[in-house]
Design a protein around this ligand. Structure first.
Ligand SMILES: [Zn+2]
Length: 295
């Protein structure tokens, strides 16, 4: 057993701690897309089409359907961590701006907003960046809007993942190993990865993705829109139920009641993020769209 635990200790820190997995981000995007008026959807598509990575999103979507391309853009902020056209600021040689003008920094610290046990903010800029990028999206500059859009699609979803407003002492659950008997192929994972993967298989696309988003839209009514402060506090409050108990086991263990509660909570947070993202984009782009149609 001891040898097994040492083995676990070696590989667990190498697991990626990103965000909701691909399924989670795409579900949020599909819900958000349906909250926008056709004229706003059209504006969003025009802005995305001007992004240096647009061709990649279209290729991954395997279709010209603007809603599917929008959904592919939702995981871009995680994908650039493994893309050598992008760089980590302060580590090695910086890569040149994309298409000569788009920021090529990975901005890993934008994906979370961690806190000390007393609630004091410690590391990460997730909440602050959503505020800043929302402002950029409302600006009159097309490049700024194109730059801000894929970031916002991703980060609004991240802020609704409870462990992205994490405790700094366990780095948002990335240093907590749990036993999850509901995943036979990977029963020992970090608590953070457990939450990231609750939305389902990360390859979820196409009709199954539409069905899943439709199911959540039917199950959850639109929440109060609130603001970034509310979304962040909601995630922090969920910590009270986000950690499984040790229950005489070697590691904290996921039992049936916990798994059911966590799955329902994750689904509700995805729905909330989708509704709110859609309304945020609608409100930020509405004035721009109205200005253009007035011309
Ligand atoms: Zn993320």
């Amino acid at each position: 057993m001891m040898r097994f635990l040492i083995f676990l200790g070696c590989w667990l820190p190498m697991l990626p701690a990103l965000a909701w997995n691909g399924a989670g981000h795409r579900i949020v995007a599909v819900i958000a897309w349906q909250q926008m008026k056709p004229v706003t959807q059209q504006r969003v598509s025009i802005l995305l089409a001007a992004h240096p990575d647009y061709a990649r999103w279209r290729e991954k979507a395997g279709t010209h359907d603007p809603a599917a391309i929008f959904a592919e853009a939702s995981t871009w902020a995680d994908g650039i961590r493994h893309d050598d056209r992008y760089h980590d600021a302060g580590r090695g040689e910086p890569t040149p701006p994309l298409a000569g003008r788009f920021d090529s920094r990975r901005q890993r610290h934008w994906h979370y907003a961690d806190r000390a046990a007393d609630g004091r903010p410690t590391k990460g800029e997730l909440d602050r960046q959503i505020v800043r990028l929302s402002r950029l999206l409302g600006s009159a500059d097309d490049d700024e809007q194109t730059y801000a859009l894929p970031w916002l699609i991703h980060l609004v979803a991240d802020l609704h993942q409870p462990l992205h407003v994490g405790r700094s002492d366990d780095e948002g659950g990335t240093r907590v190993t749990i036993e999850n008997p509901f995943n036979r192929r990977q029963p020992f994972i970090t608590l953070h990865a457990y939450w990231d993967d609750l939305p389902g298989p990360s390859s979820l696309r196409g009709r199954r993705l539409q069905r899943e988003a439709g199911r959540l839209l039917a199950a959850y009514r639109p929440p109060a829109q609130g603001n970034v402060d509310l979304w962040r506090e909601e995630s922090w409050q969920l910590h009270a139920m986000a950690y499984p108990q040790q229950a005489g086991s070697l590691l904290p263990i996921v039992d049936e009641a916990f798994h059911r509660r966590a799955t329902t909570t994750a689904e509700r947070r995805l729905a909330e993020a989708g509704y709110r993202l859609g309304r945020l984009l609608e409100s930020r782009l509405h004035s721009v769209v109205s200005r253009e149609t007035a011309r």
